[in-house]
Design a protein around this ligand. Structure first.
Ligand code: T5A
Length: 215
């Protein structure tokens, strides 16, 4: 029987380096012989990309907070069914640039919605599929990210208040402390290659049980 794959999510606040590190991790794992699928959220399927546009770029849709949770969960549910579960069934490694914890951090801790409700909707949407490992790219303060360039204009959520972003960063730390077995916290404030080595070390030992030499 084929072995089930491994599911890794990369989490963190704005410009923590998730996309950079997810890409580097995928490349590293491929170089070690793993078959890797890279995903991002919201999006990654035709329905998910349409939902992404509404969530991030449609300024006049008048979305309320509950609709926001439901739309993120809808995009995620499509991605799980169409991409993540098939890849895991085929024994592949899925590296996800954001997953359920983003909704817990942004919509529950950031917006102040009840955590249990956000969890319940996401359990339903994903069929209770949780990552084997979640890497939190943690930045000590928001000032670090202000020096990092962005690829395009700030989206609807990125434009929220400083307090919103501080609450969600604190929320991530609470999640990491609550789900210790699943989470690894990596200091994301150093240079890209230093962060990348820390991510590789955390992931490789979890995926294969091996230590990364020299670390
Ligand atoms: N959202 C998402 C929710 O509210 N709820 C949810 O459930 C989900 C799934 C998604 C938005 O939706 C929200 C969160 C977001 O607001 P997005 O466009 O997909 O939006 O963007 P983000 O996921 O937020 O990604 P960002 O583009 O903000 O940043 P990343 O991916 O963390 O960072 P990255 O790798 O693109 O790097 C940003 C810049 O910093 C540089 C990079 O070169 C790049 O220029 N950089 C570094 N510079 C110095 N040192 C390092 N270590 C660096 N690492 C990267």
């Amino acid at each position: 029987m084929k072995r089930r794959g491994v599911f890794i999510s990369i989490e963190g606040g704005e410009k923590a380096g998730k996309t950079t590190q997810a890409g580097l991790l995928a490349g590293y794992l491929r170089s070690r012989g793993f078959d890797v699928v890279l995903t991002r959220e919201p999006g990654g399927t035709p329905a998910g990309e349409a939902i992404r546009h509404i969530l991030l770029h449609k300024q006049d849709a008048g979305l309320n907070a509950v609709s926001e949770v439901l739309l993120f969960a809808a995009s995620r549910g499509q991605l799980v069914e169409e991409v993540v579960r098939p890849a895991l069934r085929d024994g592949r490694v899925v590296v996800a640039d954001r997953y359920v914890d983003s909704s817990l951090a942004y919509q529950a801790y950031g917006l102040g919605l009840p955590l249990q409700n956000v969890l319940a909707v996401n359990e339903w949407a994903t069929g209770s599929l949780w990552p084997d490992l979640t890497v939190l790219l943690d930045l000590p303060n928001l000032a670090v990210t202000q020096t990092r360039p962005r690829s395009g204009p700030a989206d609807r959520i990125e434009r929220r208040s400083r307090q919103f972003h501080e609450r969600l960063l604190e929320g991530y730390r609470t999640l990491a402390a609550t789900y210790k077995d699943r989470y690894v916290v990596v200091d994301a404030s150093g240079p890209v290659d230093e962060v990348s080595r820390a991510v590789q070390a955390a992931v490789l030992s979890r995926v294969t049980g091996e230590e990364v030499p020299g670390r």
